[in-house]
Ligand binder design. Structure first.
Ligand SMILES: Nc1ncnc2c1ncn2[C@@H]1O[C@H](COP(=O)(O)OP(=O)(O)OP(=O)(O)O)[C@@H](O)[C@H]1O
Length: 389
């Protein structure tokens, strides 16, 4: 190591358990961060600063303004750029001596094995179940530990899977996709930036512990709840399931298992368009411009089914806030039996559900409409100044 490296890393090299040998292990190591979003940004930042020799960054998305509240490697000047490139440039500014490889592509069953096999440790910093299962199955296949993080609202989770090629995999703990209990994604229900910062930073910590040998082999799940006291809890994890299709049984069949999996349908597929599935038999869906026309000169009932917090940030003039949970309990209280009823939400999913409930109690279901694409589409197509996020 050169003199400037001793100076740069001196504060961590003096720590028992790291020292010169630990720093050299970090320098020789390679870590793949899948997802350069809320979790990936802080993880990449600390891994780069700590001197991990090679960092790979996978992301298929581009930077948007709504990412900047938590995706701290990106900035106003990188809006529109691929996140993998934006994060690579930021980490190279932070630590010019390491090698950073950007993979600006979607990780899928066709490329996962080739990409993961080039790295020592994998960090799952993604936000969807199909990718979580794919990463877990592939990490087992290529024999790499998987440091998995998740964050939603004020809560987060952290777990290391396939540790030492003997620890449980994600599929051992969640043989079936975990139910969300009505929760949505970060995009739908929100997340505090600090929460992704806490979990992403802990993912970097776990990777550093594995590289330097500071980690014990006892698998546990860490649960973080920012609004609870204590905020951190750990749960001991069960060991591998002998019948787990991801890590149990004959290793020679695992490759075929990954290739044959349809990860998206295993996890329930995309949110269905109720109209296309035939579950909406009467009534209509309305586009933003058509709703804008319908609101002129008349005063129809407009129901906004988002939460009171979201409603207080912005709403359509004359709309009434009836959160979906309230509407489900007492639908008849909120339906106009005379004129049209328009139902809106942020992205157009909850309003479809709400409109269907209202149609089922309406004397004229054809007068109930839900806004396609929600208020997000309204801000794009009708009112660019509408402050939806
Ligand atoms: N299969 C995948 N391949 C590549 N990148 C992925 C994959 N799945 C998820 N990601 C990336 O993981 C990141 C998850 O981070 P996060 O949820 O904070 O970001 P986001 O999707 O931009 O957020 P928002 O929900 O606000 O739009 C995203 O940048 C997303 O593009």
């Amino acid at each position: 190591m050169a003199l400037h490296e001793y100076r740069r890393y001196g504060r961590q090299m003096v720590l028992d358990g790291i020292g010169l040998s630990g720093q050299l292990k970090l320098k020789k190591s390679s870590v793949l961060v899948v997802g350069a979003g809320g979790l990936g940004c802080p993880a990449i930042q600390y891994l780069a600063a700590a001197g991990v020799g090679t960092l790979g960054i996978v992301d298929h998305d581009v930077v948007e303004l709504s990412n900047l509240q938590r995706q701290i490697l990106h900035s106003d000047t990188t809006i529109g750029l691929p996140k993998a490139e934006s994060a690579k440039a930021a980490s190279e500014r932070l630590q010019p001596m390491i090698k950073v490889v950007s993979h600006a592509c979607s990780l899928n069953a066709a490329n996962a094995r080739a990409i993961l096999s080039k790295y020592d440790i994998i960090l799952d910093c993604t936000d969807n179940l199909p990718t979580r299962y794919l990463l877990s199955d592939t990490a087992v296949l290529v024999g790499k530990p998987l440091v998995s993080g998740a964050a939603l609202k004020f809560d987060g989770q952290l777990c290391v899977y396939n540790l030492g090629n003997t620890g449980p995999c994600y599929r051992c703990i969640f043989p079936k996709p975990p139910k969300r209990d009505g929760e949505g994604t970060c995009e739908e229900v929100g997340v505090l930036g600090v929460v992704t910062g806490v979990i992403g930073t802990l993912q970097a910590m776990e990777a550093i512990k594995i590289i330097t040998g500071l980690r014990d082999e006892q698998p546990s799940l860490l649960i973080f709840s920012a609004l609870s006291s204590p905020s951190f809890r750990t749960m001991k994890l069960r060991s591998r399931r002998p019948d787990c299709p991801g890590c149990g049984g004959d290793p020679s069949t695992r490759d075929r298992f990954v290739n044959e999996q349809d990860y998206v349908s295993f996890c329930g597929g995309e949110a269905p368009n109720l109209e296309e599935t035939g579950k909406v038999n009467i009534g209509g869906r309305i586009k933003p411009n058509a709703l804008s026309e319908s609101l002129k000169g008349t005063s129809p009932t407009v129901i906004d089914v988002r939460s009171p917090t979201e409603f207080s940030i912005c709403h359509l003039p004359g709309s009434t806030n009836v959160p979906l949970s309230v509407l489900k309990r007492e639908p008849t209280a909120h339906i106009s039996q005379i004129g049209d009823t328009f139902v809106v939400c942020r992205l157009g999913n909850d309003s479809q559900t709400a409109a269907n409930i209202l149609r089922s109690v309406s004397s004229d279901p054809s007068k109930v409409f839900d806004l396609i694409g929600g208020l997000r589409a309204w801000s794009k197509e009708v009112d660019p100044m509408f402050p939806i996020y």
